[in-house]
Design a protein around this ligand. Structure first.
Ligand code: G3P
Length: 281
């Protein structure tokens, strides 16, 4: 690995204790972990098709987050609220306040939809940490910035999903570059946490693009560790369509931004379906 790729913080995008311990040992450090409903329920699937009560599943999530904290005593740990388009800001706040008691300093993951922004504003005002997820546009990023003005650095993360944009033929990495440029206009209270990163080269590229933090799957982190300088310098045509930078104001009311995107809808549905899939009907 080269010196330059040590600039960004590295988080593991998993709820697996074994994977977290393995990556921490491999790197000799680990700056944080991002859990979500999908990667958590995956760790419970043992081929028995067992289902749970809602409270039981939540209790298991709490236990897992506390176990992760014991592996990572000081790193950031993201804990995601259950949300779909019908979930109100108040319901997200209630969940967030409960999750915030599970461990010290959790980053509460909220979807970047109108209710999620209202919840973020309220939670940040109470001193809690947040991670605004499912981000696919500059408009969402501008709205996150405005909704969390006044937060200290480290309190607010924003998670642009690189791989899911790539899946649609758009270059997700361009969104990271655009958010870096956008946030240069303001203070630095929002940190860019590049997510949905599936390969080592994507991980390296996200750090080079200026992401403050990169979260990735253990397999991609292992691949990144094995990359040579020449691997990192070699450029291959990705065939993806560029996402142009559009100068977006950072001083409007956050409700004015157009933050809808089809990938937000499908992403919300995927997280909700994965969570509900393990609940007794
Ligand atoms: O942290 C969010 C990330 O896990 C989503 O990744 O591969 O499902 O797009 P992916």
């Amino acid at each position: 690995m080269t010196e330059t790729i040590h600039k960004g913080k590295i988080f593991a995008d998993t709820s697996s204790l074994e994977e977290i311990a393995e990556i921490k040992a491999l790197l000799g450090y680990l700056d944080g972990v991002t859990t979500n409903p999908s990667n958590f329920v995956k760790t419970l699937m043992d081929g028995t098709e067992r289902v749970y009560d809602q409270d039981e599943l939540l209790e298991l999530y709490k236990k897992r987050i506390q176990e992760i904290r014991s592996i990572l005593p000081t790193g950031s740990i993201s804990v995601e609220v259950y949300a779909d388009h019908k979930t109100s800001a108040e319901e997200m706040i209630v969940q967030a306040e409960e999750m915030n008691t599970w461990i010290e300093g959790a980053h509460i993951k909220l979807p970047t939809i109108p209710a999620g922004l209202v919840a973020a504003k309220e939670l940040v005002g109470k001193g809690m940490n947040v991670n605004l997820t499912l981000v696919f546009t500059e408009q969402q990023a501008a709205a996150v910035y405005v909704a969390t003005i006044g937060a200290r650095r480290g309190q607010v993360y924003i998670s642009p999903f690189i791989g899911r944009l790539d899946d649609t033929g758009m270059r997700g990495l361009d969104l990271v570059k655009n958010l870096v440029q956008l946030y240069q206009k303001g203070d630095s209270h929002v940190e860019i946490l590049a997510a949905s990163i599936r390969t080592g080269t994507q991980l390296a590229a996200a750090i080079s693009a200026g992401a403050d933090i990169v979260t990735s799957y253990p397999a991609a982190i292992k691949e990144w560790v094995g990359l040579s300088s020449s691997d990192l310098q070699s450029k291959t045509e990705d065939g993806l369509k560029s996402i142009p930078y559009e100068d977006t104001p950072l001083h409007q009311s956050f409700s004015v931004y157009n933050i809808s995107h089809p990938l937000v809808d499908s992403g919300l549905k995927r997280f909700a379906d994965d969570w509900r899939g393990l609940i007794k009907s």
